[in-house]
Every structure is written in C-alpha cells, then in structure tokens.
Design a protein around this ligand. Structure first.
Ligand code: FE
Length: 286
C-alpha cells in the first residue's frame, strides 16, 4: 500500500514566557493556543546568550504523574533530586526522567561561555503508571546514535527508530520517537511515523517545507515554529536554502482525562488534592 504523507495541521508560534525562578523561554505546548497535544503536556525551548535570561534556574520543585525530557544543545544544567541522583546535562546529552509517584528536584543552568540552549518536553503517563517508581534514563551525547542519510542529512536518534537503528532511550510508555534532524540546504528527509500517533516537529533553525506529499507542495515554515502533523504514516520534509534543524517528536495518545496543577498531572481532581495533602504532611516522597 502507498504510504500516506502527513500534512501540516497547525503551525504554532512559540510564546515568550518565564518559569522557574525567572528563566525566559519560548513555550509551544501548555499555552492558551495549544494546551495539550496528547500525550505531550508541555514543550519549552530555552535559548539565550544572556545569562540573566536563565541563571536563576529551576530551584527545588516537585513533579508527579509525568515524564520530563531535557535535551541540551549548548551550555550545562546541573541537577539533583530527592532520590539521590545528581549530575550535569551538557550539550548533546538527554535526561529522560519518569517522575511517577513523585520526585523533588532542581535544574540549575551553569555559566559556561554564555550560551544556554535546549528543550524540555513533558510526556504524560498513563493512569496505571502515574504512581510508579521514579526512574531516570540519562544518555551522554556520545551514546546517542547518529544516522546519516543521502545528502548529508544527520539524525540523532534519542528515542524511537530510524531504519535499523534504535534510540538511546527505551521502554517508555508513550512509545515515543524523539529525533534531532540536521538538514543541509536543499535536501529531503522522510521518516515513518506510526499511524494514529501524535506527531510534531519543532523547527529551531532555518527554513523547511513540511507535509510534502505526492502532488502536495507542503508548507514553508521558518523557525522557530512548532508544526503539528495530521495523521498519516510518514513525515516528509524538504529544506530551504539555509538548511534546517528541527526535532521530530511523536508518541501514542493516551485518551485519558487530564487534570493538571503546575508540575502535577493526574486523572482526577481528587488525585491532585491528595498530592497537595501529601506535600503538606511530608509524605510526598516515599
Ligand atoms: Fe522539573
């Protein structure tokens, strides 16, 4: 059967906002325009040459019911948490944290030559895993496989599969794919994406045509933009004259009720109230 190229459904302009103790960032999911893109709850891009935009960081804060995925392009973020992990995420590294029933952590950008650039994605957990044991997958840049396609298109496979190459992060409930794609000028890229899965691209640099199909010219996009794809079984991209850098992210929708309160995302209000009670009486971390 012929493959079905995914068309562009929505193009989202990132909204300038700040979070943590005053980190300036560009938010594309968890805004008034796009509240939730099941199973993705939030997508932030923090990128600045000015330490004043990020140095305040994200001091100790809790999470429950979600996974947070941090992927760095430049600079360093130091982290430590309530279950004894501590370390540094540097350029090209990824940290996939499954908060499960609860974690307290801090994420503090470091001063390293000025520039900080990276992304944080929140992935929802299905009801049956919301109270699971917290877990980390931390992968250093050198351990993330890189696939080179025709024309010099390079794909870093953080999660999912490109051809026969499996990503560095595995066994995640949403069956996610997380690729970082670098396209030289005037090149083409095609990636299968499972039918029925939610898929988006985040073009962070350059210009490209997304949603190219048979007889479909595609939509020209200039970064930074988040591009939501309609259903289909592959994504086709053609880069412009400056080349293009984007993330291609997909995952299986949960189709479950979502009740969110800041860093807690559960299925019912009662579960949120229970979480707040536990934080107050000191039983949040077990
Ligand atoms: Fe956090």
């Amino acid at each position: 059967m012929a493959s079905q190229s995914r068309k562009v459904q929505r193009v989202i302009e990132p909204a300038a906002t700040s979070d943590g103790a005053g980190v300036r960032l560009k938010r594309s999911i968890a805004t008034r325009t796009l509240d939730y893109l099941d199973p993705f709850l939030l997508f932030d891009h923090f990128g600045s040459d000015d330490p004043d935009d990020y140095i305040a960081g994200f001091p100790m804060h809790p999470h429950r019911g979600i996974e947070t995925v941090t992927y760095m392009l430049a600079g360093e973020v130091r982290h430590r948490d309530s279950i004894g992990h501590a370390g540094t995420i540097a350029a090209g590294d990824v940290q996939w944290m499954t908060a499960g029933r609860g974690i307290l952590h801090e994420e503090m950008p470091q001063l390293r030559g000025g520039r900080l650039d990276g992304f944080q994605l929140w992935v929802n957990l299905p009801a049956k895993l919301k109270m699971s044991r917290p877990r980390y997958q931390e992968v250093a840049a050198r351990d993330i496989p890189v696939v080179t396609h025709a024309g010099g298109v390079q794909v870093r496979v953080i999660a999912g599969r490109v051809g026969t190459v499996s990503g560095a992060v595995r066994e995640i409930a949403a069956d996610p794919e997380y690729l970082d794609v670098a396209m030289p000028a005037q090149t083409a890229f095609t990636q299968p994406v499972a039918q029925g899965h939610t898929a988006f691209a985040y073009l962070y640099e350059g210009e490209a045509k997304f949603g190219v199909g048979d007889g479909e010219p595609g939509t020209v996009i200039q970064g930074p933009r988040l591009v939501v794809f309609a259903d289909g079984d592959e994504v086709r991209v053609a880069s412009g004259g400056q080349g293009a850098h984007f993330l291609l992210i997909s995952g299986k929708p949960l189709n479950e009720p979502v009740v969110r309160y800041g860093p807690f995302v559960m299925n019912t209000r009662q579960e949120i109230e229970q979480t707040l009670r536990e934080l107050q009486d000191g039983s949040f971390i077990r």
